[in-house]
Design a protein around this ligand. Structure first.
Ligand code: GTP
Ligand code: MG
Length: 337
């Protein structure tokens, strides 16, 4: 493989920024859709509190971290303190409650890695997954939302990357490619590495948010209103950053030795984490450290077949942005096997 690490991007890359920004804007959900999500949450809260008065419902995932494109499913976490019932029993009970309130396609997946109840609200057409007591996901949702408020280029980059990943079929964890959450972490890490940096490392700054969530210390600087100017020294356009992102993952990332870490604000070594060999199903072929559950590699779903697909897609994207005459179309061409 020819390593094109030294390559500069094409001279007219910045001219493509308006096209990518137009795509970004077209993906933002309408205000009306966000309103419907809120209404659904309110009615679900009423329903759940009839059975469990002290339980709380939290939105998490993309609908709450500001990285949601239109028509996304919503993710909800039921926080409940019930020692008399197991998680499965709670899920089954919840499924009953939802079904008797005429919610559609109610399904309790009690054996999934993250057990959930799935359902669809026929009034708003919104599909939703409800999990139990997954409060770390609520905490990382806040971290992502806080990063998004520092520099708008993060949201722009992540939307385009997510749209690319969905179009190219590489946003499917059950088939060995990466979750949306992993892609957003890759974008944050990339913007932390720019020179000058576009994003800071919030977990290395003075902690203004501190929480112990399921035994994990979550601590970082969350007063992001005060650091909105952070990336101002860097004026790279979104098209240039997009090229840089794919070029990094295609030709520069050291897959054999490095772990990307948003927590540390840089790459750290696989050796340090003991992620150098396969343990059980964790192969660590692309390593993305979870910012709070640091023993958790979001690349663990990637296997020896899907790593090849992923890397070929990164290369294709970098090459499209480099050489194609119409990159804002070609980049998102659906993958046809
Ligand atoms: P889209 O639904 O694709 O718009 O993105 P999303 O951010 O909602 O991603 P997804 O539905 O896959 O995951 C929901 C949330 O679960 C994430 O935003 C994280 O807060 C949390 N999460 C924590 N650990 C993991 C993990 O290992 N994989 C995934 N997918 N999500 C995790
Ligand atoms: Mg989601």
């Amino acid at each position: 493989r020819i390593r094109r690490r030294e390559l500069e991007c094409r001279y007219d890359i910045d001219d493509m920024t308006p096209l990518f920004l137009a795509i970004y804007r077209s993906l933002i959900p309408a205000e009306e859709e966000k309103e419907k999500q809120k209404q659904l949450l309110v009615s679900l809260r009423k329903l759940v509190n009839k059975e469990w008065p002290d339980a709380e419902l939290h939105l998490y995932g993309s609908c709450a971290n500001s990285f949601d494109v239109s028509n996304s499913d919503i993710d909800i976490c039921l926080a409940i303190d019930d020692s008399k019932m197991s998680k499965s029993e709670i899920l089954l009970k919840l499924a009953d409650i939802l079904e008797s309130d005429n919610l559609q396609n109610v399904q309790a997946l009690t054996r999934a890695r993250v057990p959930i109840v799935k359902m669809m609200d026929p009034v708003t057409g919104i599909s939703c997954d409800i999990c139990i007591n997954n409060l770390l996901a609520v905490a990382n949702t806040k971290l992502l939302r806080d990063y998004a408020q520092i520099d708008e280029r993060l949201r722009q980059l992540a939307f385009i990357v997510k749209h690319w990943a969905k179009s190219r079929g590489v946003n499917e964890t059950y088939r060995g490619t990466l979750s949306s959450y992993a892609y957003v972490l890759m974008c944050i890490h990339f913007l932390q590495q720019r020179k000058p940096a576009i994003l800071p490392c919030l977990q290395e700054m003075e902690a203004t948010y501190l929480a112990n969530v399921d035994g994990v210390q979550c601590a970082y600087f969350d007063q992001v209103d005060r650091i909105r100017h952070f990336g101002a020294q860097n004026n790279e356009s979104i098209a240039r950053l997009l090229w840089g992102f794919f070029h990094y993952w295609a030709y520069c990332h050291d897959y054999a030795n490095d772990v990307i870490s948003v927590r540390a604000g840089r790459n750290i070594s696989k050796q340090l984490k003991d992620w150098t060999r396969r343990i059980g199903n964790d192969r660590h072929l692309i390593c993305i450290e979870d910012p709070f559950e640091t023993s958790h590699d979001l690349g663990r779903v990637v296997d020896k077949y899907s790593i090849k697909i992923l890397r070929e897609e990164f290369e294709r994207a970098a090459d499209v942005l480099q050489y194609d005459s119409n990159p804002s179309v070609t980049l998102f061409e659906p993958y046809v096997p």
